[in-house]
Design a binder for this molecule. Structure first.
Ligand SMILES: [Mn+2]
Length: 387
């Protein structure tokens, strides 16, 4: 081997690509195998012409991705009885609200669209070295019963829903919905936090004015959330703000209350590592928990057409995913993804990006040991009716 070839392989030995090749071998295939067993038991053996004898006649598991009843997020088990949610470690639920939208509506279909987009993904991520099906007890508990045309009643329902999940020690993942839900989600969690809660907020918009069009619309969640005694504005970090859609009333509130704003220009100037480090420092300062609120419109409008207020000049997908991975590594208490509006989406790209934010965050939370503490075991498994 030439000198050049040798140094190339040294570099490869240090790479994430090489690490991940080895890491995959350490992940169990327990649930994968169990799924095949169940498929054959409940879906009949495949026809005799099939060589692969793990394939059933009726699709009952992950494959094929376009078939079956993949109505849940990442084909996670659907848990109908939310009284049993404490058996899970993560509970996914939708908050289908778009009454808070002030321009393009449609985010009431966000949970549906995001779930459907996960049909394109498997449960394993190469470079994270994580398989969520094997390493995480995650259930989909469906959607909150929101009240169309009544934001305040919808807020009450959302607060009650997330409070139920969080108070039982389960990590909530909320699929929005427009960004008005940021207030009721924090309001539902905050009473259960023994100390302050920090908020890391990705958005092109500040969302800190008191009212918009006379109501608590999707431009207002952080005004109301930071009125909660243990959710101080000084622990609110806002990343990606900028452009021509931030009302001055909200900017004034942020200035007076002392929120921390980082623009796209700041991200470009100091890089994602430094931005993540600073955001974590500010959000965690004197706090006991940090919640992630991710508005998909923080990405450049070219990547996320299906959203309420697209703003050109936002984050690139790789920047967004890197920031999410760095921030999630410190641990989170819950997260929400908002403003995905499928009626305006093309080729599911906004929904796909929304799913990736959730998946990458969960993947890192598992990799870093913040989640994934309940081992994969038959009696903990929630696929359909239990034996
Ligand atoms: Mn926004």
């Amino acid at each position: 081997m030439s000198e050049q070839g040798h140094s190339h392989s040294d570099a490869f030995a240090q790479s994430e690509g090489r690490w991940a090749q080895e890491a995959e071998a350490a992940i169990s295939l327990f649930r994968h195998d169990e799924e095949i067993e169940r498929g054959l038991a409940f879906g009949l053996s495949g026809s005799p012409t099939l060589v692969d004898r793990t394939i059933p006649t009726f699709s009952r598991g992950e494959l094929p991705h376009f078939a079956g009843e993949r109505g849940t997020f990442l084909n996670a088990p659907y848990l109908e009885d939310v009284n049993q949610v404490d058996d899970a470690e993560v509970a996914i639920f939708g908050a289908p609200v778009d009454a808070g939208t002030t321009y393009r509506p449609g985010t009431r279909f966000g949970p549906q669209g995001i779930r459907r987009s996960t049909n394109l993904f498997g449960t394993y991520c190469y470079e994270l070295g994580v398989d969520l099906r094997e390493q995480l007890n995650m259930v989909d508990i469906g959607d909150v019963f929101t009240i169309p045309g009544n934001l305040e009643k919808s807020f009450d329902q959302i607060s009650q829903a997330i409070s139920h999940v969080y108070s039982r020690g389960v990590f909530p993942v909320v699929l929005g919905g427009d960004h008005s839900i940021g207030y009721p989600t924090i309001r539902g969690i905050a009473p259960h936090v023994d100390g302050n809660i920090g908020i890391i907020h990705f958005d092109r918009h500040v969302d800190t004015q008191e009212t918009d069009l006379d109501e608590r619309m999707h431009t207002t969640p952080w005004f109301h959330a930071t009125n909660i005694a243990n959710a101080p504005a000084t622990n609110l970090v806002q990343i990606g703000i900028g452009g021509w859609q931030s009302p001055r009333a909200g900017v004034k509130v942020g200035r007076e209350r002392g929120t921390s704003i980082m623009t796209i220009g700041d991200v470009e100037r100091v890089g994602v590592e430094k931005i993540a480090e600073t955001a974590l420092e500010l959000a965690w300062k004197g706090a006991k928990a940090v919640y992630l609120s991710f508005d998909i419109d923080v990405l450049d409008a070219g990547f996320v057409p299906g959203t309420g207020w697209p703003e050109p000049g936002g984050l690139l997908p790789r920047e967004a995913l890197n920031l999410i991975r760095l921030i999630s590594a410190a641990g989170l208490s819950g997260l929400e993804i908002v403003e995905c509006s499928p009626p305006y989406d093309w080729a599911e790209q906004t929904a796909l990006m929304s799913s990736r934010i959730v998946l990458d965050s969960l993947g890192v939370l598992v990799r870093e040991g913040h989640l994934g503490k309940k081992p994969a075991a038959r009696d903990r498994h929630a696929w359909g009716p239990q034996a």
